[in-house]
Design a binder for this molecule. Structure first.
Ligand code: MLT
Length: 232
């Protein structure tokens, strides 16, 4: 299995399998929402698109953030803990700064798109192996187009666990991951982590650093207009 890593969203790699990574916090939060019982998460690039889909769908909840802050008029923000417990609806419409735009873009380039996080680390490794593809790309969401250490850390962890033929980008991610003693140290050191430091959202860093406590693998199911539907 050849493994490449897109260290920033500008590197529009394609492959039969792509794993989108926005560990702080979009892909962790989507995993938690689906694990809690939301049947689908409809991901949009734009906020207005999310509002329009919510009007069409009727029975749904709206979640997401811009620059970490809950979007005005939305039911929930982007903290995974907001999605614990009984779901507010069957469908979650979700829009975030970096994670959901990358997911929409990845769906155009990869036949199968999985969402990766530390919370689902083991399950994602098993799903990629089970898919049996010989070419996999790990796609890092970053922050506003820039490389973010937290996502590269998760890409490195996944690359090391998957093994196979690691390209230089994957080796770079593996070495970055090995340079941190713990996941929380890596997430703390990232721009994504710094964006949460000192706010009421800071506890999300430790939550998103917890490994393999969700036995689910969110995956892209289909496009709904310009939005990407994610299910289990
Ligand atoms: C994003 O998609 O940009 C992130 O998940 C940002 C955040 O932490 O809310």
């Amino acid at each position: 299995m050849r493994i490449r890593v897109a260290l920033t969203p500008a590197e529009q790699l394609s492959a039969p399998i792509g794993v989108v990574i926005d560990v702080l916090r979009a892909t962790t939060t989507i995993a938690q929402a689906l694990a809690s019982g939301y049947e689908r998460v409809i991901c949009t690039t734009e906020v207005d698109e999310a509002r329009a889909i919510a009007v069409q769908e009727g029975d749904c909840a709206l979640g997401g953030e811009r620059h970490t802050v809950k979007i005005e008029g939305f039911d929930f923000g982007n903290s995974p803990t907001e999605y614990l417990g009984t779901p507010a609806a069957r469908t979650l419409i979700f829009s975030t700064t970096n994670g959901t735009p990358l997911l929409v873009s990845a769906a155009e380039r990869c036949e199968t798109v999985l969402l990766g996080s530390l919370a689902t680390l083991d399950a994602v490794v098993q799903a990629v192996r089970a898919a049996g593809a010989d070419d996999v790309v790990l796609l890092c969401a970053g922050v506003l187009g820039e490389l973010a250490i937290d996502d590269v850390y998760v890409a490195g962890r996944l690359a090391e666990l998957l093994g196979g033929d690691l390209c230089d980008s994957a080796w770079a991610a593996v070495h970055l991951a090995r340079s941190f003693p713990t996941a929380v140290a890596a997430l703390d050191a990232s721009q994504s982590g710094r964006n949460l430091h000192g706010s009421v959202l800071e506890s999300d860093i430790a939550w998103c650093a917890r490994e393999s406590h969700l036995a689910v693998v969110p995956r892209f199911a289909r496009m709904i207009g310009t939005a990407a539907e994610v299910t289990l």
